[in-house]
Write a new protein. Structure first.
Length: 318
């Protein structure tokens, strides 16, 4: 078998894996631009006053030392941090990005969906914790910060209420309900405790084409699979519909609840974080191992077909 040919095919499959089904890609190299179809993100498109009114928002302005009703709407050079020649997006406590609706509208709700990115929590911006309080930050999502809300959010919480060590935990909300009277609780996936000042590689795949719809998480190479509790904790059709209907947010939930409307007096907005290499696939990207298995079988078939002994045997039979 020609080794050069094999390597060429392998590289082709590798490129195919990274591009197949990709509907958006954000490298955050000094901007919020999408490299796939120009679906560029919007920076702080709505303020606290737009959603909650000036009276409600005044306390957040006092607490943060900046007007939460007049945050800049144009991303600046200070939002991009360089490390080892690569830039990533830095979002402070009340800053966020909204992706245009034509990203989510490309999703086929009956097929798989996946998202990849890496993020980091800087310790200095989460250092002033108060005893008995929890700090929340939504990293990525498409719905409200609520276990029952239809859609999903990827969240980080610093839990100081019941643990003096204030661990930093990564968890997912995923909910789906036909209406408010639906008797479903929503899913809460507590994935793992993470470290400050360390890049976390995160991927999430929703598989709707399998017999039992499921979600697969991969955090720094650790893969975990959960089947949806359909009819118990989630109604899957509304959840799937929300993937197509709801825009995606980076740094907050849909209605900025984690910024300005947390339900408990002991709940506070978390600090800054960095995010990089956000990629969205619909359907999910091809798995390289499956591609290699198919390639190996194909090459073996060709090899056998060209084997002199096999050829002679075929001639004898014929």
């Amino acid at each position: 078998m020609n080794l050069k040919f094999f390597l060429s095919v392998f590289l082709f499959l590798l490129c195919l894996q990274n591009s197949f089904g990709q509907i958006a890609s954000y490298s955050f190299e000094g901007n919020l631009n999408d490299q796939v179809a120009g679906q560029n993100g919007s920076y702080n498109p709505e303020s606290c006053c737009d959603l909650f009114g000036s009276d409600h928002c005044s306390k957040f302005t006092t607490k943060s030392g900046q007007s939460v009703c007049a945050l800049p709407k144009v991303v600046g050079a200070g939002n991009f941090i360089s490390e080892s020649g690569n830039q990533s997006l830095h979002l402070d406590s009340f800053e966020y990005v909204k992706l245009p609706s034509n990203v989510n509208e490309q999703i086929d709700k009956d097929k798989s969906f996946s998202v990849d990115f890496k993020f980091k929590i800087p310790s200095e911006s989460w250092a002033n914790e108060i005893e008995n309080e929890n700090y929340h930050r939504t990293i990525f999502g498409n719905t409200n910060w609520d276990q029952r809300a239809t859609g999903f959010t990827v969240n980080v919480v610093k839990s100081c209420e019941n643990d003096e060590n204030c661990p930093l935990e990564l968890y997912i909300y995923a909910g789906g309900e036909e209406n408010e009277l639906s008797d479903v609780a929503g899913h809460w996936f507590k994935l793992q405790t993470i470290s400050h000042d360390k890049w976390i590689n995160f991927s999430m795949i929703f598989n709707f084409e399998e017999v039992s719809p499921n979600v697969v998480f991969n955090i720094d190479g650790l893969r975990t699979k959960y089947n949806f509790d359909i009819g118990g904790d989630i109604e899957i059709e509304p959840f799937k519909a929300a993937l197509k209907a709801n825009p995606f947010f980076i740094g907050t939930d849909k209605n900025l609840k984690t910024f300005y409307n947390l339900p408990d007096v002991n709940e506070r907005v978390g600090g800054a974080f960095l995010i990089d290499n956000l990629k969205i696939y619909a359907p999910k990207k091809l798995e390289i191992l499956k591609l290699l298995k198919r390639l190996f079988k194909f090459l073996m078939r060709i090899s056998l077909e060209n084997d002199p002994l096999v050829v002679q045997k075929k001639r004898t039979i014929l």
